[in-house]
Design a protein around this ligand. Structure first.
Ligand SMILES: [Zn+2]
Length: 435
């Protein structure tokens, strides 16, 4: 009896072990089955596919024996951070993110497809090439352009880049990082667009107030330096002048809680996604640290960090009456999804102020020949060692060309001199691409 009991117990243990093993297998299969069946290094069962841009330009193609990219070197490099590669080295490329979808992977039957399957992206390779060329070989930076009515991302470029056909060859330092999605930078004066929104909503008489700039503005014992001596200004003039003295005062007038709440509500502290591909969070002080720090934070310095994609979402919503059309990377006929990011009246005011900036300060006849209906903001984010990141972000206020854009170039100096020409060439390429 004792022996039988012991045997029964052993059988029970064995059964439990089998059940446990099966459970682990099923869970792992469900979780990782697609990786097992499709992992890049393994044969892909005769399945082939193509990754295309919105015009049908092939960015990457593969079958059982061959992993290929565009034949055009400039397209490969300019589109690398969109396409990624078969080894998923960038971590945010479409080949890695959408590999299962391109294989028509089935959990029950494994990989069953016979016909090559293509996936069409919202990207236009010609706009990516224009942006990549405009930034230039030896600079580091990011440029994005999206249609703010549909959410379609038309260009996403990051430098330094990689030519994926070179396989294991060494690449430039940090070249695998997609600076559009996977990096955040000190924003400098583009952050005044957020401070302005806080003031519009939480300083009741903001449009009747004036702010004096005598070159420097002193809070306590801290001097905030301005690039000019702007005198007495309204908030509109202060934004157009990008006046640090005025925006230091505007940030303090709005108060820490208002600034923090707006930074948070507009998504600057959160990671986001672009059709399933993740972006990184930004940063802003999570506690009040005195008025001087509040003033610095309101002009985009202090501990502020902004991901270019998050800034693009914000200016796209400003251009689109405060509504954010959910950004897309995969071309689809599905209806545009929209959510409110900014109050309509606030967005309308910011839009008007950005158009005023563009028309009165950014010399459109020189920097943007042929582009008259635009709104924008420059940023020159000081890094504390004499260098600055150059930013330029904005939109075309034109129903035929509803484009929002962001450009950041690392250690390139002034936003208007260094980043605006990249935006100009990217916008002209976008208009030309509609042909
Ligand atoms: Zn000033």
């Amino acid at each position: 009896m004792k022996k039988i009991t012991r045997r029964a117990f052993s059988v029970l243990l064995l059964a439990l072990a089998i059940i446990f093993g099966m459970t682990v297998f099923v869970l792992r299969y469900t979780d990782e089955g697609s990786d097992w069946a499709l992992y890049f290094a393994s044969a892909n069962a005769g399945a082939g596919g193509e990754l295309r841009d919105r015009k049908g330009v092939v960015l990457a193609s593969f079958d059982a024996t061959r992993y290929a990219f565009s034949d055009d070197a400039e397209t490969r490099v300019a589109c690398y951070h969109v396409t990624g590669d078969y080894w998923n080295r960038s971590g945010t490329g479409a080949l890695g993110a959408y590999w299962d979808r391109m294989q028509e992977y089935s959990l029950i039957e494994g990989t069953v497809k016979k016909e090559p399957k293509s996936l069409t992206l919202t990207i236009d390779a010609s706009i990516c090439r224009a942006a990549w060329n405009a930034i230039g070989y030896n600079r580091r930076g990011a440029a994005m352009l999206m249609n703010y009515r549909t959410g379609e991302v038309l260009a996403m470029v990051s430098l330094p880049s990689v030519d994926p056909i070179n396989g294991e060859a060494p690449v430039a330092d940090t070249a695998f990082i997609n600076r559009c999605l996977s990096a955040s930078f000190p924003p400098g004066s583009i952050f005044k667009l957020v401070t302005a929104a806080a003031a519009i909503e939480d300083v009741p008489d903001i449009f009747n107030r004036t702010f004096v700039c005598e070159g420097d503005y002193t809070i306590g014992t801290v001097d905030i330096h301005c690039t000019g001596v702007h005198g007495e200004q309204s908030i509109e003039e202060a934004l157009a002048n990008s006046c640090n003295s005025a925006f230091a005062q505007i940030a303090v007038a709005a108060g820490y809680n208002s600034l923090y709440d707006h930074v948070k509500a507009y998504g600057f502290l959160d990671p986001h996604e672009l059709d399933g591909i993740p972006s990184v969070a930004g940063a802003y002080r999570t506690q009040y640290a005195g008025d001087p720090e509040l003033a610095w934070s309101g002009i985009g310095q202090s501990t502020d960090l902004v991901c270019p994609y998050t800034m693009l979402r914000y200016v796209a919503a400003i251009a689109n009456d405060g509504m954010l059309a959910t950004p897309r990377l995969i071309l689809t006929d599905e209806p545009v999804e929209q959510t409110r990011l900014i109050e309509a009246s606030t967005a309308a005011k910011l839009k008007q102020m950005m158009i005023y900036n563009f028309q009165t300060r950014y010399m459109p006849e020189i920097y943007f020949p042929g582009l008259y209906y635009a709104g924008a903001k420059t940023g020159t984010a000081e890094l504390g060692d004499g260098a600055s990141h150059a930013w330029f972000t904005g939109f075309l206020d034109d129903p035929a060309h509803p484009y929002a854009f962001v450009v950041v170039i690392e250690r390139a100096g002034s936003g208007l001199a260094a980043a605006a020409p990249v935006a100009n060439r990217m916008l002209h390429a976008a208009i030309a691409a509609e042909g």
